[in-house]
Design a protein around this ligand. Sequence first.
Ligand code: SF4
Length: 448
Amino acid sequence: MALTGLDIFKQLPKTNCGDCGVPTCLAFAMKLAQGGAELSQCPHVSEEAAAALSDAAAPPMRAVTVGTGDAAFTVGEETVLFRHDKTFVHPCAIGPRIDSGTSDDEIAAAVATTKAAAFERVQQHLACGFAAVRSTADAARFAAVAADVAEKSGLPLVLMAEDPEHMSAALDAVGPSRPLIHAATEANAEAMIALASEHSCPLAVRASGLDAVAALTEKAAAAGLKELVIDSAPESAAAALRDHVFARRAALKQKFAPLGYPVITFPGDHADGDPMLETVYAAVDVAKYGSIIVLSGAEPWRMLPLLVLRQNVYTDPQRPMRAEAKVYEIGAPGPDSPFLVTTNFSLTYFIVSSEIEASKIPAYLGVVDAEGLSVLTAWAAGKFVPERIAKFVNDSAIAENVSHHDIIIPGAVAQISGELAEELEAWNVLVGPYEAADIPAFLKARAG
Ligand code: SF4
């Protein structure tokens, strides 16, 4: 049962010292009750009070970390239903499933495809987060394939088997790499819970429907496991969406702890072997509320749209994505190449650099720090103004790299050309196109 702000306040020291970063104990208690603070932020709370407040202190959705070291990923810890309310915290992980019963060549090819599905977009690296290995042969084969995939992919594993003997063999084979165990069911729960405890691994529980899932998570939590993942074995894509939304609402709005865990999804289960339909269902999971999304394959054609969608959904809407402010070389520019400037709003950078690339005319693109705002917004906010652009140009080495002194500004801010010319006396300020789409034609015309 969730505690109210007043319940929590009664347990706090009531000294209003502010060490928690909030001016009063009452304000801190209210924040804690809403999930906006952690009890550990108050260094003065007594042990008895901490024990009494454990309900309120626990996050509404547990964090679960799969893997170890740099490749590990964390999911969960979400605090809002909609990204526009605040932000989503941990991006979902997406990866392929590899069956142990397939041939060594097929497994090697699947691992190669998984590794190849990696992209750079808006200065972020997008790639598969894990490889899931499913036992479809005997225990020894499952263990050998799990170890092989772990070594060759370098990714955290999701181990899929319902037979505890198979799971035990694979866990021994992959050592302390902290794979996710999938899954504890009503039939094997004791043995799988014991394996998760023994190997300190996160555990997925799978049962038909959320009531049965909640019963299993309570059992696992009573055994001391904290890092759990839920799988309601939905019979259709629509049922999957319903269960994911219901579980997230129950965890965040009702503080229903037995469903306060990340969700693992298998969109291919409902796609009748159609990878395109599976990808569409996976896109629904990215939006609502799959945390670990297991696909039947990781071909770049399906990973790219899903990873881009994830990038968009998990971007903090209150913080514009920014490109690094510097002079970018597009193509292999030389002394005669044009020099353009724009702002560091990542979408602006992305569009302008793509259009320059499309023109096939190598160029220098100066990306000015405008606090992540687009050209017109930055100009209106005083962030993309002649003084700032001139300082950027003077601080850069662009004058040494080009033999001309032409600087091309976006057509949307043609009005600053005169003032910029005064700031940059040695440069000729040229006004480029208003629309980025017109950049190729502009550059080609200029090149003659
Ligand atoms: S640090 Fe603790 S005692 Fe101090 S104001 Fe915050 S809640 Fe109160």
